[in-house]
Design a protein around this ligand. Structure first.
Ligand SMILES: NC(=O)c1ccc[n+]([C@@H]2O[C@H](COP(=O)([O-])OP(=O)(O)OC[C@H]3O[C@@H](n4cnc5c(N)ncnc54)[C@H](O)[C@@H]3O)[C@@H](O)[C@H]2O)c1
Ligand SMILES: O=C(O)C[C@H](O)C(=O)O
Ligand SMILES: [Mg+2]
Length: 603
């Protein structure tokens, strides 16, 4: 139901009321007539008032009755609910794709209405436009393709990107999400079909951070694919060649980054779902030259750290005891290593001792426990490699079950991309760990790649656990009215605020201090009462509020670190003089909100 009063009960209420009473400002449009109806940025469908139909040459191109935004909203939601009813009993994937299609059609037609229904129903719609359905959409992208969205740069576009970037119709771009499709969620190399991920992430940017949808740009860098099935698929829409490697690959990314920053020097680029070697290499290569970050390494790390600190609180420990938590991380890829690096930074700050900061962290990959004896030990994992035999029974390549039985961890955190690796035996061993309240983070996406389901976690590891997963699961009814709370540990709680805070501070770079501030903000967001119930993260329904808070923290950190250059009319000195509350209010004020603005034609 379309209802502005819902905001009154949310944590957004004060600021939202400010917005809702404001008269929407006019919006300049350079086209007329049918071209406006075909442009989802400006189209209002049957919502164009008569005066506007006259002004814009729309008279006669629409049925005569003017339908209000509220009525359009309700009409869409009615169709959506009918679809839900009509698809009952069909396979989950069929229902999920049908829901995605109806939302996507609205997205293609009328962005204002689309983003409004998305924002108001974010808990129901996030699983469709984001994980898990976005994974299914990427897997089937070439068959589902109807209209392009975003930009595609391919290996064949070498030396052309600087001019191609000017093909994008929008004068201003604030946020770019870029992928090369090489590691899409836990689904592997999906080549050009990975474009669904930047689209879904940017939908979250609009819904959560209020980035103006006219200023977002999803980008696919198609450098080929090593997915043989796709190369042989006659419908595949990407380059039919193996992935570029080495310098050839980097020269393509370099050229793209130069082109973007020539046209939009202040645009922020989020790298998403790059395979590990390129995720680290590109972060290292660009983070001191451009305002960019890698969401899988850095966004995930902050969300996981906030969850780890929350689990310590849920176990009744003071934060000063966080370094004593024994944490087993399964998956030594971009996400797992990002999480451990940030956790080590946190422990170092608490104890002042870097050398021993990783002593309670245990890291496994597909070959088991990583120790100093590992052949071809990845330098990025070396800091977390154990000395074999240091703890009796812990040898190189020990299985997850052996590690859990020996270490008796407080936390089991999965970023392996492998569904079910937290199997019954592992979960039962965790139950025996003796930890007052074991925590399980099954963070891999989409749902079928989660290390365990919520139901299995509560069943085998005990009702006392704290549970979080990367993709959403329903809460578990434990009987006798008791509920096993399911958290969603997903980087969506941070990347929108990191992007928005960087944007409105005019940050030159995104520093570790800004990322740390984002994580601390999320960690301190939850009350003790919530944490005791096992609730580690806010409801997705309050994502705009948490994003404004995170954005404010990121902004303040940017100022403190001397990288804030100001944004629009607001200079660095003004930013520096803002109180904490003022920074959050300023971030809110910069959020776009979907309403129909009066359209004014200009040649
Ligand atoms: N919830 C979130 O916010 C979030 C954020 C980022 C990534 N992820 C998910 O994390 C997963 C991994 O992402 P990544 O970028 O680190 O991938 P990656 O390919 O860089 O790393 C995967 C790691 O898992 C290890 N692995 C594979 N099979 C294993 C097994 N059976 N047991 C133990 N380890 C195993 C690999 O050796 C590798 O170290 C993906 O499913 C992704 O969707 C979730
Ligand atoms: O996309 C997500 O839902 C989270 C994360 O970025 C991932 O790669 O799994
Ligand atoms: Mg990702």
């Amino acid at each position: 139901m379309w209802n502005l009063t819902r905001f009154a009960s949310s944590r957004l209420s004060r600021t939202r009321r400010l917005f809702s009473s404001a008269i929407p400002g006019p919006c300049i449009v350079h086209k007329r007539g049918i071209d406006i109806l075909h442009d989802p940025w400006f189209n209002k469908d049957t919502g164009f008032p008569l005066t506007e139909r006259d002004r814009l040459g729309l008279r006669g191109l629409l049925p005569p009755r003017v339908i209000s935004f509220e009525q359009q909203y309700d009409r869409f939601m009615d169709s959506y609910h009918s679809l839900e009813k009509n698809t009952k009993g069909q396979p989950d994937s069929v229902i999920a794709l049908a829901k995605w299609r109806i939302l996507n059609r609205l997205h293609d037609r009328n962005e204002t209405l689309y983003y409004r229904v998305l924002m108001d129903n974010i808990k129901d719609f996030a699983p469709i436009i984001y994980t898990p359905t976005v994974g299914l959409v990427c897997q089937n992208y070439s068959g589902l393709f109807r209209r392009p969205r975003g930009m595609y740069f391919s290996a064949k576009d070498k030396r052309e990107m600087m001019s191609m970037i000017y093909n994008w119709p929008s004068q201003h771009v604030d946020m770019i999400v870029l992928t090369d499709g090489s590691r899409i969620l836990g689904l592997g190399d999906l080549g050009v079909q990975g474009i669904g991920i930047p689209i879904g992430k940017l939908d979250m940017y609009v819904a959560a951070a209020g980035i103006n949808p006219q200023r977002i740009l999803p980008v696919m860098l198609d450098v080929g694919t090593n997915n043989q099935k796709l190369l042989e698929d006659r419908l595949y829409l990407g380059l039919r060649q193996p992935r570029l490697e080495g310098e050839e690959y980097l020269s393509i990314v370099d050229e793209f980054m130069e082109a973007v920053h020539t046209r939009w020097p202040k645009a922020i680029v989020q790298f998403e779902d790059f395979q590990m070697k390129w995720a680290f290499e590109t972060l290292d290569r660009y983070r001191k030259r451009f305002c960019m970050f890698n969401d899988d390494i850095q966004g995930t790390a902050g969300v996981a750290l906030a969850g780890l600190l929350g689990s310590a609180r849920a176990q009744g420990r003071s934060l000063a005891n966080f370094p004593d938590q024994k944490i087993v991380v399964v998956g030594a890829g971009s996400a797992g290593l990002g999480v451990l690096s940030m956790a080590v930074q946190a422990v170092t700050r608490m104890t002042g001792k870097h050398e021993t900061a990783a002593q309670n962290f245990f890291l496994l990959d597909k070959d088991g426990l990583i120790t100093k004896e590992r052949k071809n030990l990845d330098p990025a994992a070396a800091a977390f490699a154990k000395v074999p035999g240091h703890i009796a029974g812990l040898t190189e390549g020990a299985s997850l079950l052996e590690v859990v039985k020996t270490v008796k961890p407080d936390v089991l955190l999965g970023l392996s991309g492998v569904g079910g690796v937290f199997n019954e035996e592992v979960l039962k061993a965790l139950r025996e760990s003796g930890s007052t309240r074991p925590a399980i983070f099954a963070m891999s996406n989409p749902t079928m790649n989660a290390e365990c389901t919520a139901a299995d976690a509560f069943k085998h590891a005990g009702e006392n656990i704290v549970f979080a997963s990367g993709s959403p699961f329903e809460n578990i009814q434990l009987g006798n009215g008791k509920v096993g709370y399911v958290n969603q540990a997903n980087n969506m709680y941070l990347f929108p605020g990191i992007g928005l805070g960087s944007l409105v501070s005019g940050a030159r770079f995104i520093t570790d201090g800004m990322l740390q501030a984002a994580a601390e903000c999320l960690a301190s967001y939850m009350s003790d009462e919530e944490i005791q119930k096992g609730i580690l993260y806010p409801s997705v329904n309050s994502i705009r509020h948490i994003t404004a808070e995170v954005g404010g923290s990121v902004l303040r950190a940017a100022v403190a670190e001397g990288v804030a250059e100001g944004h629009g009319e607001v200079g660095p000195n003004e930013l520096a003089n803002m109180s904490k509350e003022e920074t959050v209010e300023y971030v809110f004020q910069n959020m776009w909100f979907p309403v129909y603005n009066p359209l004014v034609h200009e040649k």
